[in-house]
Design a binder for this molecule. Structure first.
Ligand code: TRP
Ligand code: ZN
Length: 923
């Protein structure tokens, strides 16, 4: 049997468990093909629940023995559940002993107990513990764990589990044991075991409050030189959580272990975080600046879960955003606080918003759209989404915007005061924030604010400004709407904090005086920036004493996860781009200008693309940013990166991927050509960053220099210049760090220069023994835009490469996700061959690893918006997958939802003017 349950789980069906499990004593005899697990639990009936049989979850376990209070007992199987009916009456605790075996070597799903490079690892979130032993595998059952690990000492010298090491020693036959005790109660999804040949970087620290702790980062013996950045990130995380939120490390020992076979990024198991090597290992010669940043934020993320997730956990999996949205918010704040300069903070914010828009907005506009707190699922693994994580983080950020930073801290304090040690809901979190801020607007707004948890879809805020010179007034009409999403045809108005300013001709913010109504001004905000909380379908703001016509700067800092629709003229956007005091909106103005150019080119009925899509004023504005004496390189690089294929595609009712890509290419070529001298200046100006440091200033310089080199190579290949490709090749060879090396290689690949092949061969020779660097070798070839018209043969060849493997998620993704998710024009071919390839790989991968397969299945999310002939071919491929009768629940759920998009017609992310009139009045 492949799956234990094939039924939908609904949020409103929640009922507390019939039994509580107080203690769990596990003994493992670790063996690759037959691991024995003895599980001794103390249970008692939940007095609040009517008498029910005990149902224990299991998955692919071999059951050998069940004893109740030391005696044999009757039991039966209901699917994969073990059901015990004849249990002691009353509410007294009783002992249950279960002996099972499992086969880690056969575990290609990487859920439960599995092997990676000969070592044992576990992954229990969300429902993997049931693959280790029979259990009430749900997060509201919290128990105290004692774990004894026994294994061959030579093969598995390191034996780890949660908490503190309380005993260890030798056994007969070259075996040894270690006994661990977790001082904190925890849900089963936070359980972890690691056993193998590992070495650790160690650091003892004294926290602000004087506590002593041992921090350890475990890796394979050869990788110790790549752990310094991870350790520093962990130390920063410990200090930051104590400083910003007053949350100390509650363990004597905190361990991180890296594995190269992992379905996701990392896992916050109590005291024993398990990480994908990608988010631990970093050294300048193989990791890019982006990798260094990702290590820092994922280490922070998992560490911060220790309070937001572990000390206070989720009552049920529908509350996932309670821990994930909040913890993403915390890791974003952590990275921003570490960034130190205002410009570097703004860059972090922009990067987060780019991620949200490129992944979450399409999700919210597609067949898998779901609320931050979903209402039902077939497979919970499918709901670890950017909606739950990144949109969830924006929802948390809006609380902070509404009550201020200090108010938010008060809310967090109350949340922990009330709920430490409990399994709770998103409502409990919201209530703590409101109760801690009785004098703010939050208590009054809360019922409406919570629609962010229940309504899916990305709201649209429409803004229209009007200046009356005679009356010296500026009127701003705001309205909100939200397109229909699966199961939610009509939406009610959201609470939308609109941070705004009025920008004068010289770039200064005009003082904001409202005729009526109120604006709340946040403490510490520069005067001239205020937050208006939009709660109605529409509202009109009239500003008085406005001496000259301003340009409204709206949704400053991206104050809510919405799309802004404002009828700006190009001149107005150019003013914001040149002068807005809000860095985010300065960047955003440039993006909107670029988007407009692309959409204009795409909407023209002419088949031929415009020769010069960008006009002179825009080119001049970009040149000014590039040459600006004061702006940071990282910010310049973001402004000069115009919207990519996917972001453009997301704006269109019907999309033609080949045409989108052609327009995007035309824009790139024009930018490369007309700013040629400026790119050369920028390259010379920024290319030297000295000895490698991953700090924001030097990484910003590398980023801009890399863009410049890429543009120069594009120009060179158009004009048959040999100098710049030569320089790029030289830089590729001499690079002192992976960022510069990869940028140079990318520049050669993107312009299709023949030196690219030579560079690729050389790269392979250099890095064939370094898995993470080799992943980049695979993905870079797949992501390259130049060959995207015919990248599929290269993709197919790469899947036959001896270093390719479907079983290692990182490697599989480096080719398959890069192709299906990352190369719009390469994947969406006129002949539909990309879709055929996709269907074959989804089916193949599903047999090995359903979680990875279902992520790949999501590559077809947007099929219903495709133009013909893509659409027809896409549908045929999806139907072919759907026709398989033995799909996992994971893939089945995605494919079913994807196909349902047909019935609702093309879900549109356009503005639906009429949805306003459908909106009911505010409750
Ligand atoms: N809870 C983890 C995090 O966000 C991620 C996670 C969820 C995960 N499910 C997983 C990791 C399955 C690996 C496998 O940090
Ligand atoms: Zn998380």
């Amino acid at each position: 049997m492949r799956e234990g349950h094939t039924t939908v789980t609904r949020r409103l069906d929640y009922a507390p468990p019939a039994f509580w499990i107080d203690t769990v004593d596990l003994t493992f005899d670790l063996d690759p093909t037959k691991t024995r697990v003895l599980n001794k639990m103390t249970l008692r009936r939940n007095p609040d629940q009517a008498a029910q049989p005990l149902k224990l979850d299991g998955d692919e376990l071999n059951l050998a023995r069940v004893l109740v209070n030391g005696q044999g007992t009757s039991f039966r199987m209901e699917g994969e559940q073990l059901v015990l009916e004849s249990l002691p009456e009353g509410h007294e605790p009783f002992e249950l002993e279960i002996f099972t075996t499992c086969n880690p070597e056969k575990n290609t799903k990487l859920m439960g107990l599995f092997l990676s490079g000969g070592a044992f690892f576990t992954q229990c979130e969300a429902e993997g513990f049931r693959r280790i032993t029979y259990f009430i595998d749900r997060p509201d059952v919290m128990a105290s764990y004692t774990v004894t690990l026994r294994a061959d000492k030579a093969k598995y010298p390191v034996l780890l589990s949660n908490g503190n090491l309380v005993d260890e020693g030798e056994l007969e036959g070259g075996r040894h044991f270690a006994k661990w005790q977790d001082p904190h109660k925890k849900p089963s999804y936070l359980f972890a075991v690691v056993a193998g040949q590992l070495v650790a970087r160690e650091q003892r620290i004294i926290s602000r409050s004087g506590g002593e702790h041992l921090l350890q980062v475990y890796v394979r013996p050869g990788d110790l030189d790549q752990t310094e950045h991870a350790m520093n990130s962990l130390i920063h995380s410990v200090l930051w959580d104590e400083a910003r939120f007053g949350l100390p490390l509650d363990l004597e020992r905190f361990m991180i272990v890296a594995t190269s076979d992992f379905n996701a990024g990392a896992m916050e198991n109590k005291g024993l975080n398990i990480f994908n090597t990608k988010y631990v290992l970093a050294k300048p010669s193989t990791a890019t600046d982006a990798d260094f940043d990702a290590v820092e934020s994922v280490i922070g993320h998992e560490y911060f879960h220790n309070w937001t997730g572990n000390r206070v956990t989720c009552r049920d999996w529908f509350q996932l955003s309670l821990k994930e949205g909040l913890t993403v918010f915390r890791d974003q704040e952590f990275s921003m606080d570490l960034a130190s300069t205002p410009s570097a903070r703004a860059v972090k914010r922009i990067e987060n918003v780019i991620d949200l828009r490129s992944a979450q907005f399409p999700e919210d506009g597609g067949p898998m759209a779901h609320p931050v707190r979903p209402d039902e699922y077939l497979e919970i693994g499918n709901f670890y989404t950017s909606t739950v994580y990144e949109k969830g983080a924006e929802v948390v950020r809006m609380y902070q915007t509404l009550v201020g930073r200090d108010g938010f801290r008060k809310g967090m304090d109350l949340y922990f005061q009330r709920h430490d040690g409990q399994a709770v809901t998103c409502d409990d979190f919201a209530q703590a924030l409101a109760d801690a801020n009785p004098d703010s607007d939050l208590p009054r707004l809360l019922p409406q604010f919570k629609r962010w948890y229940s309504q899916s879809g990305t709201p649209v805020v429409k803004a229209e400004g009007n200046y009356d010179a005679a009356a010296r007034t500026y009127t701003l009409k705001l309205s909100q709407s939200c397109p229909p999403t699966p199961g939610q045809p009509v939406k009610e108005p959201f609470v939308i904090p609109v941070r705004l300013g009025l920008v004068a001709e010289d770039g200064r913010d005009l003082p904001l005086r409202l005729e009526q109504g109120s604006l709340s001004q946040e403490q510490g905000e520069p005067t001239g920036s205020m937050t208006y909380v939009l709660t109605e379908p529409q509202a009109t703001l009239t500003f008085v004493d406005v001496g000259s016509e301003p340009v409204p700067s709206l949704m400053r800092g991206f104050s809510a996860p919405v799309k802004l629709d404002c009828n700006y003229t190009s001149e107005q956007l150019l003013r914001l781009l040149a002068k807005d005091s809000d860095s985010f909106n300065r960047w955003e103005a440039g993006q909107q200008l670029g988007l407009r150019v692309a959409l204009n080119a795409l909407s023209s009925s002419a088949n031929a693309l415009p020769e010069r899509p960008l006009d002179d004023a825009y080119i001049a504005a970009l040149r000014e940013v590039l040459r600006h004496p004061d702006l940071d390189a990282a910010f310049k690089a973001l402004v000069l990166s115009l919207p990519d294929d996917d972001y453009i595609a997301e704006q269109m009712e019907e999309m033609d991927p080949q045409r989108i890509h052609a327009v995007r290419e035309a824009i790139s070529v024009q930018l490369a050509t007309e700013l040629r001298d400026d790119w050369e200046w920028a390259y010379e100006q920024y290319k030297d960053t000295g000895a490698y440091q991953p700090d924001p200033v030097s990484s910003g310089r590398r980023s801009l220099a890399g863009m410049a080199l890429s543009a120069l190579c594009v120009w060179a290949c158009k004009t048959n210049d040999a100098v710049w490709p030569g320089k790029a090749y030289q830089r590729f060879k001499d690079a002192g760090n992976m960022t510069d090396r990869l940028n140079a290689l990318g520049a050669l690949l993107n312009c299709g220069h023949e030196l690219a092949e030579r560079a690729l061969t050389r790269y392979y020779e250099l890095f064939r023994a370094e898995p993470l660097a080799l992943d980049k070798w695979f993905s870079l070839q797949v992501l390259t835009s130049d060959r995207s018209g015919n990248i599929l043969p290269i993709v197919q060849k790469l899947t036959r490469h001896p270093d390719f493997s479907l079983r290692t998620p990182n490697r599989a993704r480096s080719v398959l996700s890069s192709y299906c998710h990352g190369n719009l024009a390469g994947f969406h071919r006129l002949d539909g061959a990309g879709y055929t390839f996709w269907a074959d790989r989804v089916i193949e991968l599903d047999k090995l690893n359903p979680q990875v397969a279902s992520r790949l299945a999501r590559a077809m999310d947007q099929w219903a918006r495709l133009a013909q002939p893509y659409r027809q071919a896409a549908l045929a491929a999806i139907e072919r997958v759907a026709a398989k009768t033995d799909l996992s629940n994971d893939v089945r759920e995605v494919i079913t939802r994807t196909l349902a998009a047909e019935a609702t017609d093309a879900p549109s992310s356009e503005i639906h003017e009429d949805s306003n009139s459908e909106q009911k009045a505010n409750s």
